[in-house]
Design a protein around this ligand. Structure first.
Ligand code: FAD
Length: 312
Protein backbone atom coordinates (compact mmCIF):
# COMPACT_ATOMS: atom_id res chain seq x y z
CA UNK A 1 0.00 0.00 0.00
CA UNK A 2 1.20 3.47 -0.89
CA UNK A 3 2.15 5.02 2.44
CA UNK A 4 1.85 8.59 1.11
CA UNK A 5 -1.77 7.91 0.17
CA UNK A 6 -2.48 6.22 3.47
CA UNK A 7 -1.08 9.08 5.50
CA UNK A 8 -2.92 11.75 3.49
CA UNK A 9 -6.08 9.70 3.69
CA UNK A 10 -5.77 9.29 7.43
CA UNK A 11 -5.11 12.99 7.88
CA UNK A 12 -8.15 13.95 5.87
CA UNK A 13 -10.21 11.12 7.30
CA UNK A 14 -13.49 10.05 5.78
CA UNK A 15 -15.17 12.91 7.65
CA UNK A 16 -13.18 15.33 5.49
CA UNK A 17 -14.55 13.87 2.25
CA UNK A 18 -17.79 15.39 0.99
CA UNK A 19 -19.79 14.05 -1.91
CA UNK A 20 -22.81 15.11 -3.89
CA UNK A 21 -24.86 13.09 -6.35
CA UNK A 22 -26.53 14.18 -9.57
CA UNK A 23 -29.72 12.56 -10.86
CA UNK A 24 -31.95 13.24 -13.83
CA UNK A 25 -35.77 13.35 -13.65
CA UNK A 26 -37.30 10.06 -14.79
CA UNK A 27 -39.52 9.80 -17.87
CA UNK A 28 -41.36 6.57 -17.13
CA UNK A 29 -42.67 4.70 -14.10
CA UNK A 30 -39.87 2.15 -14.54
CA UNK A 31 -37.21 4.89 -14.58
CA UNK A 32 -38.87 6.47 -11.55
CA UNK A 33 -38.47 3.21 -9.70
CA UNK A 34 -34.79 2.83 -10.54
CA UNK A 35 -34.14 6.48 -9.59
CA UNK A 36 -35.70 5.91 -6.19
CA UNK A 37 -33.79 2.70 -5.66
CA UNK A 38 -30.60 4.65 -6.39
CA UNK A 39 -31.59 7.48 -4.03
CA UNK A 40 -32.48 5.04 -1.24
CA UNK A 41 -29.15 3.25 -1.65
CA UNK A 42 -27.02 6.41 -1.75
CA UNK A 43 -28.89 8.49 0.84
CA UNK A 44 -27.30 6.80 3.90
CA UNK A 45 -23.91 8.07 2.70
CA UNK A 46 -25.21 11.49 3.76
CA UNK A 47 -24.21 13.51 0.69
CA UNK A 48 -23.67 17.22 1.02
CA UNK A 49 -26.54 17.63 -1.48
CA UNK A 50 -28.21 15.79 -4.36
CA UNK A 51 -28.93 17.63 -7.58
CA UNK A 52 -31.63 17.09 -10.19
CA UNK A 53 -30.99 18.16 -13.78
CA UNK A 54 -33.23 20.33 -15.94
CA UNK A 55 -33.83 18.82 -19.39
CA UNK A 56 -32.56 20.49 -22.54
CA UNK A 57 -34.69 23.49 -23.44
CA UNK A 58 -36.47 23.31 -20.11
CA UNK A 59 -38.20 20.13 -21.32
CA UNK A 60 -38.32 18.59 -17.84
CA UNK A 61 -39.50 21.64 -15.91
CA UNK A 62 -42.39 19.80 -14.26
CA UNK A 63 -40.51 16.52 -13.82
CA UNK A 64 -37.49 18.26 -12.28
CA UNK A 65 -39.81 20.09 -9.92
CA UNK A 66 -41.71 16.92 -9.02
CA UNK A 67 -38.49 14.99 -8.35
CA UNK A 68 -37.05 17.76 -6.18
CA UNK A 69 -40.32 18.02 -4.23
CA UNK A 70 -40.39 14.27 -3.67
CA UNK A 71 -36.80 14.35 -2.39
CA UNK A 72 -37.84 17.08 0.06
CA UNK A 73 -40.92 15.15 1.16
CA UNK A 74 -39.49 11.65 1.42
CA UNK A 75 -35.85 12.06 2.39
CA UNK A 76 -33.65 14.07 4.72
CA UNK A 77 -31.42 14.99 1.76
CA UNK A 78 -30.75 18.54 0.60
CA UNK A 79 -31.88 18.83 -3.00
CA UNK A 80 -30.34 21.24 -5.50
CA UNK A 81 -32.53 22.02 -8.49
CA UNK A 82 -30.81 22.68 -11.83
CA UNK A 83 -32.28 25.57 -13.80
CA UNK A 84 -31.46 26.93 -17.27
CA UNK A 85 -32.25 30.12 -19.20
CA UNK A 86 -33.28 28.35 -22.42
CA UNK A 87 -36.61 28.97 -24.14
CA UNK A 88 -38.15 31.00 -21.33
CA UNK A 89 -38.73 34.64 -20.49
CA UNK A 90 -37.31 36.13 -17.32
CA UNK A 91 -40.71 36.10 -15.73
CA UNK A 92 -41.22 32.41 -16.55
CA UNK A 93 -37.84 31.55 -15.04
CA UNK A 94 -38.58 33.80 -12.05
CA UNK A 95 -41.82 31.88 -11.48
CA UNK A 96 -39.85 28.62 -11.35
CA UNK A 97 -37.36 30.17 -8.90
CA UNK A 98 -40.23 31.42 -6.72
CA UNK A 99 -41.91 27.99 -6.80
CA UNK A 100 -38.68 26.32 -5.69
CA UNK A 101 -38.17 28.83 -2.91
CA UNK A 102 -41.70 28.35 -1.58
CA UNK A 103 -41.36 24.56 -1.79
CA UNK A 104 -38.35 24.84 0.54
CA UNK A 105 -35.54 24.41 -2.00
CA UNK A 106 -32.40 26.15 -0.73
CA UNK A 107 -29.91 25.34 -3.48
CA UNK A 108 -30.08 25.99 -7.24
CA UNK A 109 -27.57 24.95 -9.92
CA UNK A 110 -27.79 27.88 -12.35
CA UNK A 111 -26.94 27.21 -15.99
CA UNK A 112 -27.30 28.90 -19.32
CA UNK A 113 -28.28 25.61 -20.94
CA UNK A 114 -27.71 24.30 -24.44
CA UNK A 115 -29.29 25.91 -27.50
CA UNK A 116 -32.69 24.52 -28.47
CA UNK A 117 -31.22 22.98 -31.62
CA UNK A 118 -28.76 21.03 -29.45
CA UNK A 119 -25.06 21.28 -28.70
CA UNK A 120 -23.18 22.79 -31.65
CA UNK A 121 -25.95 25.25 -32.57
CA UNK A 122 -25.37 28.93 -31.83
CA UNK A 123 -27.05 29.96 -28.58
CA UNK A 124 -29.25 33.01 -28.69
CA UNK A 125 -31.03 34.11 -25.55
CA UNK A 126 -34.81 33.97 -25.55
CA UNK A 127 -36.23 37.44 -26.23
CA UNK A 128 -36.87 38.80 -22.76
CA UNK A 129 -35.01 35.89 -21.22
CA UNK A 130 -31.86 35.69 -19.13
CA UNK A 131 -28.77 36.17 -21.31
CA UNK A 132 -26.45 33.63 -19.74
CA UNK A 133 -25.67 31.83 -16.50
CA UNK A 134 -24.18 34.92 -14.81
CA UNK A 135 -27.34 36.89 -15.56
CA UNK A 136 -29.42 34.01 -14.16
CA UNK A 137 -27.34 33.86 -10.96
CA UNK A 138 -28.06 37.58 -10.44
CA UNK A 139 -31.79 36.96 -11.04
CA UNK A 140 -31.92 34.12 -8.54
CA UNK A 141 -30.11 36.20 -5.92
CA UNK A 142 -32.69 38.97 -6.31
CA UNK A 143 -35.60 36.56 -5.77
CA UNK A 144 -34.51 33.92 -3.29
CA UNK A 145 -32.00 33.47 -0.52
CA UNK A 146 -30.54 30.23 -1.84
CA UNK A 147 -27.12 28.71 -2.34
CA UNK A 148 -26.09 28.86 -6.00
CA UNK A 149 -23.77 26.45 -7.79
CA UNK A 150 -22.64 26.90 -11.40
CA UNK A 151 -20.76 24.95 -14.05
CA UNK A 152 -17.02 25.01 -14.80
CA UNK A 153 -15.11 23.50 -17.71
CA UNK A 154 -11.56 22.20 -17.14
CA UNK A 155 -11.22 21.67 -20.92
CA UNK A 156 -13.18 24.88 -21.70
CA UNK A 157 -16.75 25.03 -22.92
CA UNK A 158 -16.97 24.14 -26.64
CA UNK A 159 -18.35 27.63 -27.42
CA UNK A 160 -15.54 29.46 -25.61
CA UNK A 161 -12.78 30.85 -27.77
CA UNK A 162 -10.17 30.38 -25.03
CA UNK A 163 -9.77 29.04 -21.51
CA UNK A 164 -9.26 32.65 -20.40
CA UNK A 165 -12.68 33.64 -21.82
CA UNK A 166 -14.19 30.66 -20.06
CA UNK A 167 -12.64 31.66 -16.74
CA UNK A 168 -13.89 35.23 -17.27
CA UNK A 169 -17.43 33.81 -17.47
CA UNK A 170 -16.84 31.80 -14.30
CA UNK A 171 -15.67 35.01 -12.60
CA UNK A 172 -18.84 36.80 -13.74
CA UNK A 173 -20.93 33.99 -12.20
CA UNK A 174 -19.01 34.23 -8.92
CA UNK A 175 -19.34 38.03 -8.88
CA UNK A 176 -23.10 37.60 -9.39
CA UNK A 177 -23.34 35.36 -6.31
CA UNK A 178 -22.35 31.75 -7.10
CA UNK A 179 -20.63 30.03 -4.21
CA UNK A 180 -19.60 26.73 -5.79
CA UNK A 181 -18.70 25.47 -9.26
CA UNK A 182 -19.11 21.88 -10.39
CA UNK A 183 -16.98 20.78 -13.30
CA UNK A 184 -17.85 19.02 -16.48
CA UNK A 185 -16.51 15.46 -16.24
CA UNK A 186 -12.89 14.80 -17.20
CA UNK A 187 -10.67 11.73 -17.20
CA UNK A 188 -7.19 13.26 -16.95
CA UNK A 189 -6.74 14.72 -13.50
CA UNK A 190 -3.89 16.91 -14.76
CA UNK A 191 -6.46 18.86 -16.84
CA UNK A 192 -8.49 19.64 -13.73
CA UNK A 193 -5.46 20.53 -11.64
CA UNK A 194 -4.04 22.85 -14.32
CA UNK A 195 -7.45 24.49 -14.69
CA UNK A 196 -7.70 24.92 -10.92
CA UNK A 197 -4.34 26.73 -10.91
CA UNK A 198 -5.58 29.13 -13.60
CA UNK A 199 -8.88 29.70 -11.78
CA UNK A 200 -7.08 30.48 -8.52
CA UNK A 201 -4.63 32.75 -10.36
CA UNK A 202 -7.67 34.71 -11.59
CA UNK A 203 -8.67 35.42 -8.01
CA UNK A 204 -11.60 32.96 -7.91
CA UNK A 205 -11.75 31.32 -4.50
CA UNK A 206 -15.00 29.32 -4.45
CA UNK A 207 -14.78 25.49 -4.37
CA UNK A 208 -14.37 24.01 -7.87
CA UNK A 209 -15.79 20.55 -7.24
CA UNK A 210 -14.67 17.89 -9.72
CA UNK A 211 -17.54 16.21 -11.56
CA UNK A 212 -16.83 12.48 -11.71
CA UNK A 213 -18.52 10.32 -14.32
CA UNK A 214 -18.20 6.60 -13.64
CA UNK A 215 -18.20 5.05 -17.11
CA UNK A 216 -21.36 2.96 -17.04
CA UNK A 217 -21.30 2.63 -20.83
CA UNK A 218 -18.13 3.53 -22.74
CA UNK A 219 -19.78 4.08 -26.15
CA UNK A 220 -22.34 6.47 -24.68
CA UNK A 221 -19.69 8.27 -22.64
CA UNK A 222 -17.53 8.76 -25.73
CA UNK A 223 -20.34 10.26 -27.76
CA UNK A 224 -21.43 12.48 -24.84
CA UNK A 225 -17.82 13.60 -24.35
CA UNK A 226 -17.51 14.51 -28.04
CA UNK A 227 -20.56 16.76 -27.77
CA UNK A 228 -19.49 18.46 -24.56
CA UNK A 229 -15.83 19.04 -25.41
CA UNK A 230 -14.45 16.61 -22.82
CA UNK A 231 -11.53 14.53 -24.07
CA UNK A 232 -11.44 10.75 -23.90
CA UNK A 233 -7.85 9.60 -23.58
CA UNK A 234 -6.61 6.63 -25.64
CA UNK A 235 -5.70 4.72 -22.48
CA UNK A 236 -9.34 4.87 -21.40
CA UNK A 237 -10.57 3.56 -24.75
CA UNK A 238 -8.02 0.73 -24.54
CA UNK A 239 -9.30 -0.27 -21.11
CA UNK A 240 -12.82 -0.77 -22.46
CA UNK A 241 -11.66 -2.25 -25.74
CA UNK A 242 -13.36 -5.57 -26.57
CA UNK A 243 -15.83 -5.37 -23.69
CA UNK A 244 -18.94 -4.27 -25.62
CA UNK A 245 -20.62 -7.62 -24.98
CA UNK A 246 -19.21 -8.13 -21.48
CA UNK A 247 -21.09 -5.89 -19.02
CA UNK A 248 -19.75 -7.62 -15.92
CA UNK A 249 -16.10 -6.96 -16.78
CA UNK A 250 -17.00 -3.47 -18.02
CA UNK A 251 -18.42 -2.65 -14.61
CA UNK A 252 -15.28 -3.85 -12.83
CA UNK A 253 -13.10 -1.79 -15.16
CA UNK A 254 -15.36 1.25 -14.66
CA UNK A 255 -15.00 0.92 -10.89
CA UNK A 256 -11.22 0.58 -11.18
CA UNK A 257 -10.96 3.63 -13.48
CA UNK A 258 -13.10 5.85 -11.22
CA UNK A 259 -11.32 4.58 -8.10
CA UNK A 260 -7.96 5.44 -9.57
CA UNK A 261 -9.21 8.89 -10.53
CA UNK A 262 -10.75 9.86 -7.19
CA UNK A 263 -7.93 8.43 -5.07
CA UNK A 264 -5.40 10.32 -7.14
CA UNK A 265 -7.43 13.50 -6.59
CA UNK A 266 -7.50 12.78 -2.84
CA UNK A 267 -3.71 12.49 -3.02
CA UNK A 268 -3.72 15.95 -4.62
CA UNK A 269 -5.72 17.34 -1.70
CA UNK A 270 -9.22 17.24 -3.21
CA UNK A 271 -11.92 16.58 -0.62
CA UNK A 272 -15.21 17.29 -2.47
CA UNK A 273 -16.60 15.18 -5.31
CA UNK A 274 -19.76 15.49 -7.40
CA UNK A 275 -20.85 12.20 -8.98
CA UNK A 276 -22.84 11.98 -12.21
CA UNK A 277 -24.82 8.91 -11.13
CA UNK A 278 -26.92 8.39 -14.28
CA UNK A 279 -29.55 7.35 -11.73
CA UNK A 280 -27.61 4.22 -10.77
CA UNK A 281 -26.14 3.61 -7.37
CA UNK A 282 -23.81 0.64 -7.52
CA UNK A 283 -20.59 2.11 -8.98
CA UNK A 284 -20.96 5.39 -7.12
CA UNK A 285 -21.67 3.59 -3.85
CA UNK A 286 -18.53 1.46 -4.27
CA UNK A 287 -16.36 4.50 -5.05
CA UNK A 288 -17.72 6.36 -2.04
CA UNK A 289 -16.99 3.31 0.12
CA UNK A 290 -13.43 3.41 -1.15
CA UNK A 291 -13.28 7.09 -0.22
CA UNK A 292 -14.05 6.05 3.33
CA UNK A 293 -17.74 6.94 3.42
CA UNK A 294 -20.00 4.60 5.40
CA UNK A 295 -23.77 4.62 5.85
CA UNK A 296 -24.71 6.96 8.68
CA UNK A 297 -26.76 5.90 11.65
CA UNK A 298 -29.22 8.74 11.13
CA UNK A 299 -32.28 7.95 9.08
CA UNK A 300 -32.02 9.52 5.60
CA UNK A 301 -35.38 8.45 4.20
CA UNK A 302 -38.51 9.71 5.94
CA UNK A 303 -40.94 7.02 7.06
CA UNK A 304 -43.92 7.13 4.71
CA UNK A 305 -47.44 7.29 6.13
CA UNK A 306 -49.19 3.92 6.05
CA UNK A 307 -51.96 4.07 3.48
CA UNK A 308 -54.59 1.46 4.13
CA UNK A 309 -55.72 -0.20 0.93
CA UNK A 310 -59.43 -0.44 0.25
CA UNK A 311 -60.96 -3.38 2.02
CA UNK A 312 -63.04 -5.71 -0.04
C1 FAD B 1 -22.30 20.58 -13.55
C2 FAD B 1 -23.12 20.78 -14.80
C3 FAD B 1 -24.49 20.62 -14.75
C4 FAD B 1 -25.27 20.80 -15.89
N1 FAD B 1 -26.64 20.63 -15.80
C5 FAD B 1 -27.41 20.86 -16.87
C6 FAD B 1 -28.83 20.75 -16.80
O1 FAD B 1 -29.40 20.41 -15.76
N2 FAD B 1 -29.56 21.03 -17.91
C7 FAD B 1 -28.98 21.41 -19.08
O2 FAD B 1 -29.71 21.66 -20.06
N3 FAD B 1 -27.64 21.53 -19.19
C8 FAD B 1 -26.84 21.27 -18.13
N4 FAD B 1 -25.46 21.40 -18.23
C9 FAD B 1 -24.88 21.74 -19.54
C10 FAD B 1 -24.86 23.24 -19.80
O3 FAD B 1 -26.17 23.75 -19.83
C11 FAD B 1 -24.20 23.49 -21.15
O4 FAD B 1 -22.84 23.18 -21.11
C12 FAD B 1 -24.43 24.86 -21.75
O5 FAD B 1 -23.98 24.84 -23.09
C13 FAD B 1 -23.70 25.98 -21.05
O6 FAD B 1 -24.32 26.32 -19.88
P1 FAD B 1 -23.43 27.03 -18.71
O7 FAD B 1 -24.28 27.42 -17.62
O8 FAD B 1 -22.27 26.18 -18.46
O9 FAD B 1 -23.04 28.32 -19.55
P2 FAD B 1 -22.15 29.63 -19.21
O10 FAD B 1 -21.44 29.41 -17.91
O11 FAD B 1 -23.06 30.77 -19.33
O12 FAD B 1 -21.18 29.53 -20.38
C14 FAD B 1 -20.22 28.48 -20.50
C15 FAD B 1 -19.05 28.95 -21.33
O13 FAD B 1 -19.44 29.09 -22.68
C16 FAD B 1 -18.98 30.31 -23.19
N5 FAD B 1 -20.10 30.93 -23.87
C17 FAD B 1 -21.37 30.91 -23.46
N6 FAD B 1 -22.15 31.53 -24.35
C18 FAD B 1 -21.34 31.94 -25.33
C19 FAD B 1 -21.53 32.64 -26.52
N7 FAD B 1 -22.76 33.05 -26.89
N8 FAD B 1 -20.46 32.89 -27.31
C20 FAD B 1 -19.23 32.48 -26.94
N9 FAD B 1 -18.97 31.80 -25.81
C21 FAD B 1 -20.00 31.54 -25.03
C22 FAD B 1 -18.52 31.17 -22.08
O14 FAD B 1 -17.17 31.54 -22.27
C23 FAD B 1 -18.59 30.30 -20.87
O15 FAD B 1 -17.38 30.14 -20.24
C24 FAD B 1 -24.65 21.18 -17.12
C25 FAD B 1 -23.25 21.34 -17.18
C26 FAD B 1 -22.48 21.15 -16.03
C27 FAD B 1 -20.99 21.30 -16.12
Amino acid sequence: MDSARLSRFNQTGPAGIRVSFEFFPPKTAEMEQSLWEAIARLAPLQPNFVSVTYGAGGSTRERTHATVKRILAETMLTPAAHLTCVAATRSEVDTVIGAYASAGVRHIVALRGDPLGGIGERFSPHPGGYENAADLVGGIKRIADVEISVSAYPEKHPESATVAADIDMLKAKVDAGASRAITQFFFENSLYLRYLDRVRASGINIPIVPGILPVQNFKQTKSFAERTGASVPDWLARRFDGLDEDPATRKLIAAAVAAEQVLDLVDQGVTDFHFYTMNRADLVYAICHLLGLRPGQQRQMRPQPFIETERA
